[in-house]
Write a protein that binds this ligand. Structure first.
Ligand code: ATP
Ligand code: MG
Length: 477
C-alpha cells in the first residue's frame, strides 16, 4: 500500500488547482477513485475528482485560465459540476454537498455542505478518501470513515448505514459487486445483507448503467467473483434470468446432468485467462443459455438439450434487446459463437474429416480462432486424464484447420464462379437455376469433391447446368 499522498498530487496540474483554490479562498480536495487507485499502487488514474467547499464551477473556470492552452470548461449546471480535459486528464470539479433521496428516483436533492458531508454521500469508505489541496494541510489524507483501513484489509463497506446507502441509490449494489471483482475485495456482511434485502430496487436503475457495470465485471481478471456475488445477493435473476435458469442438477432414474450455471462461471474464468475480448467473454457467459428451455429426459439416452445452441443464439438477441445492448455486429458475433459452440467438440470426438473442417471454417469465417478459444474454455472436467484428452483433440482440430485453410482458403469463402458467369455461359436470365448451380459448386468444394479453384469449378458448373437441361452457349445453335 502506498502512503506518500504528496506524491499522488505531484503532477503540476495539481499546483494550478492549489493556486486557483487559494485565489478564490476555497477549501479543496482530490477525492474518490483517484486517491483509492493511487494508494493501491494501481496505474495513475486519468479521471481526477476535485471537490471544493463552494462553487466547483467557479474553481474549474479559474483552473482552466491558469492551464496552458486554456482548455474549455464544460459546465453541467443541473449537477453543479464542471469538467476540464487537459492533456490526458479528465478533471471533474464539484462543490461539496449533502444529499437526500426520494423513493422513486436515483436522483437526490442536494444542498451545499462540508467536506465531511460530501464524503458521507459517497458509496464506499474506500471511495471517501480525500487528499488536501490546501496550503496549511497540503497532502494530508482526510479519512473520517477508516477508508484506508478498509483499503488495506480489502473490504467494501459503506460510510453510512448500508440499508440507506443501497436503498437510496441501488446502482451502488452493482458498484459494490464490481469493485469486489475488480479489486478482489470482500463485501462486508451487513452490506451483502442490505443488497439482498433491497435487490428489487435495481429496477429503478437504467439498463445502460446496469450493462456498464456488467461489462466491467466481465472484463475483470476473474469475472466469476462478480457473477458469484450477483448470484449470492439474488440480483442475478433480476438482471440475467437466463443464467439463473441454468442453476441446479436434476436426477431422473439415477441419471444426473451437470449444473450448467456453475459450469458457465468456470468457462468464463477459463476464457478470461486467454482473451481480453469483452464480447468473446460474453459469448462464454451465454454459450449454454439455450439449455434451460431445451432440457428433456429421455428414457433411452438420458438428459438431452436438443438444439440448445440454436435456441440459445435466438435468446441472445432477446437478452441484448432487453438490456439495451447494441444489436449490431457484436451481438451477431455472440450469436454465432453460441450457435457454433458445440461444433468443434463434435469434430474432436469423431475421426476428423477434411470436409467437416472445411464446413466449420466456412461457417465460422474469421471467428474460427475465437470459437476454438471458447471450446477450449468449455472443458471443465475435473478428471485430469479426460481434460488432457480433450485439449489434445482440440489441438488436432486446430492443426487440421490450419492445414485445410492453407490448401483450400475457405475462410470468407468467395464463390470461384459468379452468377454473371453462369448467366453468360448458358445464356439465361436471372433465375432459380443460378442459385442451384452456385450452391452445388459451394457444396462440392466444401465436400472436397473439387478444389476451390476456377478451372475445376467451371467444369463442374458445365456438368451441373447440363443436368438441369441447360446448354452452354458455345454448344448452342
Ligand atoms: P471507476 O472510475 O473505476 O469507475 P471511481 O471510484 O472513480 O471508479 P466514478 O464513477 O468515477 O468511480 O466516481 C468517482 C467517485 O464518485 C467515486 O470514487 C465515489 O466516491 C463517487 N461515486 C460515484 N458513483 C457513486 C454513487 N452511485 N454513489 C455514491 N458515490 C458515488
Ligand atoms: Mg473514476
Amino acid at each position: 500500500m502506498r502512503k506518500d499522498t504528496k506524491e499522488a498530487i505531484s503532477n503540476p496540474v495539481f499546483t494550478k488547482i492549489v493556486d486557483s483554490s487559494r485565489d478564490l479562498d476555497l477549501e479543496t480536495y482530490v477525492i474518490g477513485g483517484f486517491v483509492r487507485d493511487f494508494l493501491l499502487g494501481n496505474k495513475a488514474p486519468k479521471d481526477i475528482d476535485i471537490v471544493t467547499v463552494g462553487s466547483g464551477i467557479a474553481l474549474a473556470r479559474k483552473v482552466a485560465e491558469k492551464l496552458s492552452g486554456k482548455p474549455r470548461v464544460q459546465v453541467f449546471k443541473n449537477f453543479g459540476t464542471a469538467m476540464v480535459h487537459y492533456q490526458d486528464f479528465e478533471l471533474e470539479f464539484v462543490g461539496a454537498r449533502k444529499e437526500s433521496y426520494r423513493k422513486e428516483s436515483r436522483k437526490p436533492t442536494v444542498e451545499n455542505g462540508s467536506l465531511e458531508d460530501d464524503q458521507k454521500r459517497r458509496d464506499f469508505t474506500i471511495n471517501t478518501l480525500a487528499i488536501s489541496l490546501n496550503k496549511s494541510t497540503y497532502g494530508q489524507l482526510l479519512d473520517p470513515f477508516q477508508g484506508l483501513q478498509d483499503l488495506q484489509k480489502g473490504i467494501i463497506r459503506t460510510p453510512l448505514d448500508p440499508e440507506i446507502t443501497y436503498s437510496d441509490d441501488p446502482l451502488r449494489m452493482l458498484r459494490a459487486i464490481r469493485f469486489a471483482a475488480q479489486l478482489d475485495f470482500e463485501i462486508e456482511i451487513s452490506s451483502l445483507q442490505a443488497i439482498t434485502t433491497h435487490k428489487e430496487r435495481i429496477r429503478i436503475v437504467s439498463r445502460e448503467r446496469i450493462v456498464d457495470e456488467l461489462h466491467k465485471i466481465m472484463l475483470c481478471k476473474k469475472p466469476s467473483t462478480g457473477l458469484r456475488l450477483l448470484h449470492k445477493t439474488e440480483l442475478m435473476p433480476l438482471i440475467l434470468p437466463e443464467l439463473s435458469a441454468l442453476e441446479g442438477i436434476e436426477e431422473v432414474e439415477g441419471q444426473r446432468h451437470k449444473d450448467n450455471f456453475w459450469h458457465t462461471l468456470e468457462v468464463v474464468d477459463n476464457i478470461s485467462r486467454n482473451t481480453d475480448d469483452l464480447w468473446l467473454r460474453w459469448a462464454a457467459l451465454l454459450h449454454d443459455i439455450g439449455k434451460a428451455p431445451t432440457k428433456k429426459f429421455d428414457k433411452k439416452i438420458g438428459w438431452t438439450f436438443h438444439a440448445h445452441e440454436f435456441v440459445g443464439s435466438k435468446m441472445v438477441y432477446k437478452l441484448f434487446k432487453r438490456l439495451r445492448m447494441p444489436l449490431n455486429e457484436k451481438m451477431k458475433f455472440v450469436q454465432k459463437m453460441v450457435l457454433l459452440s458445440s461444433r468443434p467438440v463434435i469434430l474432436s470426438k469423431d475421426f476428423v474429416t477434411d470436409s467437416a473442417v472445411r464446413r466449420l471454417i466456412f461457417d465460422a469465417g474469421d471467428h474460427i480462432d475465437a470459437l476454438m478459444t471458447l471450446c477450449e474454455a468449455d472443458i471443465t472436467t475435473k478428471n485430469p486424464a479426460r481434460q488432457k484428452k480433450y485439449l489434445r483433440n482440440f489441438k488436432l482440430v486446430r492443426k487440421k484447420i490450419t492445414e485445410v485453410e492453407e490448401r483450400d482458403r475457405i475462410r470468407n469463402f468467395q464463390p470461384p464462379i459468379s452468377g454473371e458467369l453462369i448467366m453468360a455461359t448458358f445464356n439465361i436470365p436471372p433465375s432459380k437455376e443460378i442459385g442451384v448451380i452456385k450452391d452445388a459448386i459451394k457444396e462440392a468444394i466444401l465436400d472436397g469433391e473439387i478444389p476451390n479453384e476456377h478451372q475445376p469449378a467451371y467444369k463442374f458448373m458445365l456438368d451441373q447446368g447440363r443436368k438441369l437441361g441447360l446448354k452452354p452457349i458455345k454448344d448452342q445453335d
